[in-house]
Design a protein around this ligand. Structure first.
Ligand code: XIL
Length: 316
């Protein structure tokens, strides 16, 4: 983070794994070091299933872990996420809604959660993963009820609930500049045409060693969104190995891929910061979600810096 700020970014940050944070002091010590990480985001604690598992009953214990740590350490907080098809409680996902009733549900959720974190979030990921990998809009309860009308709706509701925090759309696989990126440009244009307040696009950047686009390609795709008058950020960066365990050549290639991602953010005026989705291989969602892959982060599972750490610091 210290080097990133000198290089012109607002922050270099990480998500907090809420369960690890309860018991692992060595983990928390590195995460709390502001020279290392200037920004935090809850890995799961602010999601709908964590905050409103039962309709109208709001709980913030999990989300507050990150918010309190950020406050204690003087770190910025990104907030994640309000409207998403996943980690969405059944009462929302399987309810039989019409436009009016689902608007009430979304409005109440956004108002309560944003109100609780008001004044603490630099950004809010208002809408997460509304586009499918094949380049169509994702079939979710929200899309089935509203079609594309829920895109501007959620940004308008978020702006009303907290006029200060910056409002982001956030998604993965935008980095490849393919059909999904095209559709996301269209989504942004729909929101803007409705005069709704979208302010940034988050590139999750869950990438793979060896197939990560190069620095110039990444800068080009970031600029597709900055040219729409938006900020951009890397919000969930990890770069996984598909052959495990990685040899030293693969670890060095991972470093190059990381440097290209961070470098592309330096190259683009309105790329404001980089967040890794966890900092240590000890606690990463990757092996559980993409079986057979792993070692995607900057520190190994013994909390030792990897080649990728050195590579990121050299590009900054
Ligand atoms: C992941 C978490 O890392 C896991 O712990 C959880 O089981 C599932 O969600 N896109 C997102 C993140 O926006 O919230 C997801 O986080 C990873 C993909």
């Amino acid at each position: 983070h210290e080097l990133a700020v000198k290089a012109g970014l607002q922050y270099f940050g990480t998500c907090i794994g809420e369960s690890a944070s309860q018991s692992d002091t060595a983990y928390m010590n590195i995460l709390s070091d502001k020279r290392e990480f200037g920004q935090l985001v809850p890995e799961n604690g602010q999601k709908w299933d964590a905050t409103e598992g039962t309709r109208g009953r709001f709980t913030y214990t999990q989300g507050d872990i990150s918010a309190s740590a950020a406050r204690r350490n003087g770190q910025l907080l990104r907030c994640h996420t309000l409207v998403w098809h996943s980690q969405l409680p059944n009462w929302v996902a399987s309810g039989s809604w019409n436009r009016q009733t689902l608007t009430e549900v979304i409005e109440s959720h956004i108002n309560n959660v944003m109100d609780h974190y008001r004044g603490q979030c630099l950004h809010w990921d208002v809408l997460n993963e509304a586009v499918d990998d094949n380049g169509s809009y994702r079939n979710s309860v929200f899309y089935r009820v509203f079609g594309t009308d829920y895109f501007p709706l959620v940004f308008n509701l978020a702006k009303k609930a907290d006029p200060v925090t910056k409002l982001y759309y956030n998604d993965y696989n935008l980095e490849y500049n393919g059909a999904k990126t095209e559709k996301t440009v269209e989504l942004v244009k729909i929101i803007q045409a409705a005069k709704a307040p979208i302010e940034g696009v988050g590139f999750q950047a869950h990438l793979i060693v060896g197939t990560t686009p190069n620095r110039a390609q990444l800068a080009t795709v970031l600029r597709r969104f900055t040219s729409l008058n938006l900020d951009v950020a890397y919000t969930e960066l990890d770069i996984r190995h598909e052959t495990m365990p990685p040899n030293s050549q693969a670890l060095s290639r991972q470093g190059t891929d990381y440097a290209n991602v961070v470098g592309s953010c330096l190259d683009v005026d309105r790329c404001v910061g980089v967040t890794v989705w966890g900092y240590t291989d000890k606690y990463s969602w990757v092996p559980g979600t993409f079986p057979g892959t792993g070692a995607a982060l900057l520190y190994d599972d013994q909390l030792r810096k990897k080649a990728a750490w050195t590579s990121v610091s050299s590009v900054l």
